[in-house]
Design a protein around this ligand. Structure first.
Ligand code: GDP
Length: 325
């Protein structure tokens, strides 16, 4: 197969969509030579990154993420912004569920020249998928996108990963008080910088207001008094386009608060270091799983550890030794 040369950093920086799309494909590639080229491309574009507003968006399937991202994205485009939508969903291929960041779920953004929508890399560990999304985010920033919306489903650990690559983390919640509120994981609320109760339209409006009151009460318990920021609880409707201005104003207010305290730069610095370690772990794991010596020994060793014939610690020692660690 004849391989195309890697995309030109100038073309990505000029905002050429095909160059950006190819650049993202390159960072998602598992081939060793592609990886090298991807690294060179990112390094070349790094000085142009960092200027976008990075927003993570989560919520259970059906909460209205894609409808909201489409509406919010269109609203931001009206304000003169360029909007990229990315996703972190390591499970999409396995479950065959809705593909996050899928253009067909975002009708307005799909046709807007000011928008760029890219689905989640579809295979790999959460750390690997999120690390690739992070690089895709940097490429979008270099290509001149002003807002990056990173979507993830509220399952597993993916919210933490997305909170760790964005500046502001938005949790979309469903109206429905009491029991449903209990269903929202405490951990997700603790990650939230903004909670928006969605579907606050039509007959749902009243229930949404009741749910918002419950979230506010829950936050009073969870957020320490001296916190830099108390997450606001908003009422929104992606479908009716309600509350979009307030929602974006909350994103900007959160950002201003962080910037004022020097916390945004600190947050990004800490994120950078954590991503370096995430990539080291990912690479070690991959090296481990592709090493012929490890692969040959693994089935027996796993069985022995499972049965208790070998302790997990001794098993780990043996695998590390096989890699020369
Ligand atoms: P996602 O799975 O979180 O991306 O949710 P979708 O955006 O696909 O929406 C799930 C369903 O909820 C669809 O049938 C939407 O039409 C509906 N929906 C989404 N947003 C709203 C909203 O603001 N109000 C109402 N009433 N329905 C909505």
């Amino acid at each position: 197969m004849i391989r195309r040369p890697p995309p030109d950093p100038q073309a990505v920086a000029a905002g050429e969509r095909s160059a950006l799309a190819r650049a993202i494909t390159l960072v998602e590639s598992k081939r060793a030579d592609d990886r090298k080229a991807a690294r060179a491309l990112i390094e070349a574009l790094l000085p142009r990154t960092g200027r976008a507003v990075r927003v993570g968006i989560t919520g259970v399937p059906g909460v209205g993420k894609s409808t909201m991202i489409d509406a919010l994205g269109a609203h931001l485009i009206e304000q003169g912004m360029k909007v990229a939508v990315l996703a972190v969903d390591p499970s999409s291929r396995r479950t065959g569920g809705a593909i996050l960041g899928d253009k067909t779920r975002m009708a307005r953004l799909a046709v807007a020249p000011e928008a760029f929508v890219r689905p989640s890399p579809s295979s790999g560990t959460l750390g690997g998928v999120a690390a690739k999304t992070r690089e895709a985010m940097l490429l979008c920033e270099a290509a001149g996108f002003d807002a990056i919306l990173v979507e993830t489903v509220g399952v597993g650990q993916s919210e933490t990963a997305v909170a760790d690559l964005t500046d502001t983390f938005l949790v979309l919640a469903l109206p429905g008080a009491g029991d449903e509120l209990q269903g929202i994981k405490k951990g997700v609320i603790e990650l939230a910088d903004i909670i928006a109760v969605n579907k606050a339209d039509g007959p749902g409006a009243q229930r949404a207001a009741a749910a918002a009151a419950e979230y506010r009460a829950a936050l009073r318990i969870l957020v320490p008094h001296d916190a830099l920021w108390t997450p606001p609880v908003l009422l929104v409707s992606g479908l009716a386009g309600q509350g979009l201005e307030e929602l974006w104003a909350a994103v900007m207010a959160h950002r201003a608060r962080l910037e004022g305290a020097g916390a945004l730069a600190r947050k990004r610095r800490e994120q950078n270091t954590r991503w370096m370690w995430a990539m080291v772990e990912e690479r070690l794991r991959e090296k481990m799983l592709t090493s012929p010596a490890v692969r040959a020994r693994l089935p027996d060793l796993e069985a022995a550890v499972a049965e208790g014939a070998v302790s997990p610690a001794a098993g780990a020692d043996e695998l590390a030794a096989l890699l020369g660690l």
